[in-house]
Design a protein around this ligand. Structure first.
Ligand code: BEZ
Length: 224
């Protein structure tokens, strides 16, 4: 029987619930691992399963992208460390990809419960495919949930990470299908003065005073 606390799911803007858990690099405390970095924390249903193998090997292939974006990877499933280690070795032998980011062995499901990764309607024993984007201040900034039978999209995971970092660095918002290099949305005016300035601005792409796009200056991209 689930308690209310177990049912509560962290939401965007919440502090990421802290934990210490056994993993493929030993005991890991989230708040230590998260110090000064973004963390992409993702669950997979089970080791030695085909969709999960394609996903986690792809995370490993993209490790340079993530490290160059100040981002650490962290996996989780309801499997033992022994199973994780055997799977990591198997994937290395078969696919020549080393999944050397930590993978939590959440056998008692305590971390998965804290993060709302258990969806009993989908499975009572396996975590769904969740992705939490946690910023360097430990705040959850974006959440994805996928069912057991559909793999995630690595390009979308990379795109939203860059979008979150760009929004922070440039105090802007990102329009539909935005990708790096495309115009960003200037926040709407908050005062009459800002609105008048915007109405008279001929340099930005303006649909109306509340929908204005601009190209970012190269220096605004420096951190990304
Ligand atoms: C898979 O990763 O292939 C998978 C895992 C659990 C259920 C269904 C598919």
């Amino acid at each position: 029987m689930e308690t209310n606390e177990e049912k509560a799911m962290p939401r965007i803007g919440d502090r990421a619930p802290d934990f210490v858990s056994n993993s493929t690099i030993g005991d890991l405390r989230l708040s230590d691992y998260n110090q000064g970095s973004w963390v992409i924390f993702f669950s997979h249903p089970a080791d030695f399963t085909p969709v999960c193998t394609t996903e986690l090997s792809e995370f490993a292939r993209e490790k340079e992208f993530f490290s160059s974006h100040h981002t650490k990877l962290l996996g989780l499933s309801i499997d033992s460390v022994h199973s994780h280690l055997a799977w990591v070795k198997n994937v290395k032998d078969n696919l020549d990809v080393y999944m050397d980011f930590p993978i939590l062995a959440d056998l008692d499901m305590s971390v998965a419960q804290k993060y709302g990764m258990m969806h009993p309607g989908e499975s009572e024993t396996a975590a769904v495919r969740a992705v939490f984007f946690i910023d360097p201040q430990g705040i959850i900034r974006l959440i994805m949930y996928y069912p057991l039978n559909v793999g995630r999209n690595m390009e979308e995971i990379k795109r939203v990470l860059v979008a979150l970092q760009t929004a922070d660095d440039c105090s802007c918002a990102l329009p539909v299908n935005w990708s790096k290099g495309e115009k960003v949305i200037v926040p709407p005016p908050k005062t009459l003065k800002e609105m008048e300035q915007r109405i008279n601005d001929t340099t930005s792409e303006k649909v109306d005073f509340y929908l204005v796009k601009k190209t970012l200056d190269i220096t605004e991209y420096q951190k990304n």
